[in-house]
Design a protein. Structure first.
Lengths: 113, 114
């Protein structure tokens, strides 16, 4: 079946450090890929998405590129802030498979001042 | 406009009792999804509604779980004879249609089964 694997956390960084969260997927069809973020005490929010190979999603300084050859969608940010502390979820969706999102296990990121 | 709302925000119940969780999607959104977020299992899909019908119920973990949607709007997730392993945060999401990429999530209902 379809699945998403992302690096386990927690990831602890200092402010202005570079952040990478690895995400790889297995899919029977051609998925769309997403990163969702859950800030402390808040609900899940869409951070960025990419719907086809080589697309780059970007938002709030975060970027991720859809790499079909490596089945990956790694999340990066060049200079993190304390406000980026959150749990990040990688997810995929295959429209032919009922539109549901399949999530990775989540990665907790803690940015210290 | 208003986002997805869920009620109650927290629910504590005793093992064996039935519970109902409610979701109000964004107005005009025809697709509605239920997910469960638990420590052991992460974020799992439960059921998907398009309008009032549920073309994908594949994530419901047992026949104790059921859901309905009426009027193409509000949805209720019912768990009968609750067990301790049902303790989790139940999330609802909606999207403009089933083919729309972006799902908008509600704040969740935190269920604790004692």
């Amino acid at each position: 079946g379809d699945s998403v694997t992302q690096m386990e956390g927690p990831v602890t960084l200092s402010e202005e450090a570079f952040l990478t969260i690895n995400c790889t997927y297995t899919a029977t069809g051609y998925p769309s890929l997403f990163w969702y973020v859950q800030y402390p005490g808040e609900g899940l929010q869409l951070l960025l998405k990419a719907t086809k190979a080589d697309d780059k999603g970007s938002n709030k300084g975060f970027e991720a590129t859809y790499r079909k050859e490596t089945t990956s969608f790694h999340l990066e940010k060049g200079s993190v802030q304390v406000s980026d502390s959150a749990v990040y979820f990688c997810a995929l969706r295959i429209s032919a498979a009922g539109n549901k999102l399949t999530f990775g296990g989540g990665t907790r990121v803690l940015v210290k001042p | 406009g208003a986002g997805v709302s869920q009620s109650p925000s927290n629910k504590v119940t005793e093992k064996g009792k039935d519970v109902e969780l409610r979701c109000d999607p964004i107005s005009g959104h025809t697709a509605l999804y239920w997910y469960r977020q638990s420590l052991g299992q992460g974020l799992e899909f439960l059921i998907y509604f398009q309008g009032n019908s549920a073309p994908d119920k594949s994530g419901l973990p047992s026949d104790r779980f059921s859901a309905e949607r009426t009027g193409g709007s509000v949805s209720t997730l019912t768990i009968q004879r609750t067990q301790q392993e049902d303790s989790a945060v139940y999330l609802c999401a909606s999207s403009l249609s089933g083919s729309t990429e972006t799902q908008y999530f509600g704040p969740g209902t935190r269920l604790l089964v004692l």
